[in-house]
Design a protein around this ligand. Structure first.
Ligand SMILES: C[S@@+](CC[C@H](N)C(=O)[O-])C[C@H]1O[C@@H](n2cnc3c(N)ncnc32)[C@H](O)[C@@H]1O
Length: 287
């Protein structure tokens, strides 16, 4: 039998990574290289499991304390660098906090909505806001033609169907964010994710329109905490063009709007540790 075929059969018969590596060592005779490789592999896996154990136990303890004794009290810590590494962590945080009502402004194909809801089985209501229409003065990879926009809308509905089947009240407002905001009362949402237009004026307007709709101690977050030269320019998008055709000469776009708003509200901006970072703010509880 060929040497390669013997390796493959032996590999499938041996349980566990170390067992499999052992077979490779025996058959190939390259003991040192294989041992080193197996060692690195095992060490990496131990580190991963340790990190995820620490991560989830801190998240558990903080959210238990939060929910039992001090709602809103240590939520800033929950979003600290220790916990909030990637925007995909948000769904699990919302679940731990017992949140039930969320919104996403700017949905596109519904990918992030799906990721969030998969980790948030306690969600009862999730509002999706998107105009799903090509726009003027909008230099953004998301500004595709109307045939594609209609397809994105259909894709979103399809992606949401398992959650609807599980009882989530998925609401869709196919309109501009400023118009949809008017349909919701103050303090309605536990969580709002802002990811529609990315020019300074649009982001700032979304923040001002939707902040009152968030409950105290709720999480206000959004995508792409960058300035024009931290990604948009390099990817051929010009976010310095505001929705009204004026130019954001500061070039600070999303980052500038979020920082201005946070300074006005005197709140901390938490930022995930990834390319195209997500920002997050806890709405203060006024006692
Ligand atoms: C970046 S995409 C959203 C991506 C999505 N949140 C995700 O992570 O999968 C931006 C979306 O916002 C929508 N949009 C842009 N400006 C808008 C506005 N003023 N009102 C409503 N939707 C808007 C666009 O149609 C586009 O689908």
């Amino acid at each position: 039998m060929q040497k390669d075929a013997r390796i493959c059969i032996a590999l499938f018969q041996q349980p566990g990574i170390y067992g499999r590596m052992h077979v490779v060592m025996q058959v190939t005779g390259r003991k040192k290289v294989c041992k080193l490789f197996a060692g690195i592999l095992i060490l990496t896996m131990v580190c991963w499991s340790l990190e995820s154990y620490v991560h989830s136990s801190i998240l558990d303890r903080l959210s238990q304390y939060e929910n039992a004794y001090n709602p809103g009290g240590c939520r800033d810590l929950l979003l600290s660098k220790l916990i909030f590494k990637h925007r995909n962590d948000l769904g699990a945080i919302l679940q731990k906090l017992g949140f039930t009502v969320g919104a996403e402004l700017g949905v596109q194909q519904g990918f992030f909505a799906e990721t969030t809801l998969k980790q948030w089985p306690g969600a009862k209501t999730y509002l999706l806001v998107d105009v799903w229409s090509e726009q003027d003065k909008y230099s953004d990879a998301a500004n595709v033609n109307n045939a594609k926009q209609n397809n994105y809308y259909e894709q979103t509905k399809h992606r949401m169907s398992p959650f609807i089947a599980n009882g989530v009240d998925v609401q869709i407002c196919r309109n501009f964010t400023s118009i949809c905001a008017k349909q919701y009362p103050a303090h309605y949402f536990d969580y709002i994710y802002v990811d529609a237009r990315h020019d300074f004026k649009s982001v700032y307007m979304d923040l001002v329109d939707w902040w009152p709709k968030l409950k105290p101690a709720g999480i206000f977050a959004g995508h792409d905490y960058v300035s024009q030269n931290e990604g948009p320019a390099q990817s051929g998008q010009d976010w310095t063009i505001n929705f009204d055709g004026t130019i954001d000469t500061t070039g600070t776009v999303v980052k500038g709007a979020v920082n201005k708003f946070a300074a006005e509200q005197n709140v901390t901006v938490h930022v995930s540790q990834e390319a195209w970072p997500t920002w997050a703010i806890i709405k203060p509880v006024i006692h």
